[in-house]
Design a protein around this ligand. Structure first.
Ligand code: PDD
Length: 288
C-alpha cells in the first residue's frame, strides 16, 4: 500500500490523508484522474498523460491546478518519499482532481472553491511474460455507459458494473459493444489481428484514448506492420486471428477465449509475440 501520499499541497501518511464528505468527488464522482507508469523510478509517457489529463479537465470545465513543471516536481517528491515502492522495477503514479468541497450539495459549479488534488504511488505487479502470455478470458457485454468515455472520469460505476458482469460469468474481463461496434475493455483498449493487420477502433467519445494504444500503434507502424484505426463490428471478433487488450498497467494482454470460444487456438498468437517483444525492447530503452 502507498506510504506517503500527496493531498492539497501536503505530503502525509496515507492514514492521515482525509477528504471531507462534502467533496464533490465523493458526492458526485465529479473529478478526473490519471495513471502514469513508472519504470525503475522513471515516469513513462509523462507528456502524453498530462495532455490527456488536460483534455479531461477541459471536457469537465475544471482548471488545471498545476503547471507541467509543478506536476513533475510533485511526482518526483512523491517518488522520493516512497523509495520502497518507487525502487521496485514497476510502479505507477495515481493522481486525481475533484471539483473540491462545497458547503451545499448542489450540482451548480462555483469556481470560487478550490479543487481537491490527490496523488499516490501505486504498486504494480511486475509483469511476468509467462503470466501475460497465458492470456485472459472475456465475454462481450452491452456498453451501456455514457457518451463521454473519452474523459478519464473518477465516475467509474459503469466500468465497475461491467467488470462485475465479467467476473460473475467466471471470466477475467469484458469487451464492450455499443450499437454492434467494439468500443473498449472495462479498463483497457481493444485490438484485433486479422490477416496480419492490426485493427483498433478510432478514438471517439465512446472510448478512452489509451496511451498504451497509441504506443502499440506507433511500435507496429515503425516495424512495417499494417494498422487500421476503424470501427470493428462485433461479428469480426469471431473471425479475428488474435484479440488483445491494452493498458498502462496490464500492457498487452492476449485474449485466449471469448464468449466461451477459443481465440487463436486458445493461446497467445504470433503477432502478439512479435509486438510484445518490441514493446519489451521499448521498456528496456526507457530504463537504460
Ligand atoms: N485505465 N480504457 C479505459 C476505460 C481505461 O480505464 C484504461 C486505463 C484504458 C487504457 O489506457 P492507458 O493505456 O492509458 O492505460 C482504456 C487505467 C490503467 C486505470 O483506470 O487504472
Amino acid at each position: 500500500m502507498p506510504g506517503t501520499v500527496y493531498l492539497n499541497g501536503d505530503y502525509l501518511p496515507l492514514e492521515d490523508a482525509k477528504v471531507s464528505v462534502m467533496d464533490r468527488g465523493f458526492l458526485f464522482g465529479d473529478g478526473v484522474y490519471e495513471v502514469i507508469p513508472v519504470y525503475d523510478g522513471k515516469l513513462v509517457g509523462l507528456k502524453k498523460h498530462l495532455q490527456r489529463l488536460q483534455n479531461s479537465l477541459d471536457r469537465v470545465t475544471l482548471d488545471n491546478p498545476l503547471s507541467a513543471e509543478q506536476w513533475l516536481s510533485l511526482f518526483s517528491s512523491l517518488l522520493d518519499k516512497n523509495t520502497e515502492q518507487a525502487g521496485q522495477p514497476e510502479s505507477a503514479i495515481y493522481l486525481q482532481i475533484t471539483r473540491g468541497v462545497y458547503p451545499k450539495r448542489d450540482l451548480v459549479i462555483d469556481p470560487q472553491y478550490p479543487p481537491t488534488v490527490f496523488a499516490m504511488v501505486l504498486p504494480v505487479t511486475p509483469p511476468d511474460l509467462d503470466r501475460i502470455s497465458a492470456g485472459i478470458t472475456a465475454i462481450t457485454v452491452d456498453d451501456f455507459r455514457w457518451n463521454a468515455c473519452d474523459i478519464k472520469s473518477t465516475s467509474l460505476i459503469g466500468n465497475v458494473m461491467l467488470k462485475q458482469q465479467a467476473r460473475a460469468a467466471g471470466v477475467d474481463d469484458a469487451i464492450l459493444i455499443r450499437d454492434g461496434l467494439v468500443t473498449e475493455g472495462t479498463a483497457s483498449n481493444v485490438f484485433l489481428v486479422k490477416d496480419e493487420v492490426l485493427v483498433t477502433p478510432p478514438t471517439s467519445r465512446c472510448l478512452l484514448p489509451g496511451i498504451t494504444r497509441d504506443l502499440v500503434i506507433e511500435i507496429a507502424k515503425n516495424n512495417t506492420i499494417l494498422v487500421e484505426e476503424r470501427e470493428i463490428k462485433q461479428g469480426e471478433l469471431d473471425q479475428a486471428d488474435e484479440i488483445w487488450m491494452t493498458s498502462s498497467t496490464r500492457e498487452i494482454a492476449p485474449v485466449i477465449q471469448l464468449d466461451g470460444k477459443a481465440v487463436s487456438q486458445g493461446r497467445a498468437g504470433d503477432m502478439w509475440k512479435h509486438i510484445t517483444g518490441l514493446y519489451q525492447q521499448y521498456k528496456q530503452s526507457i530504463r537504460a
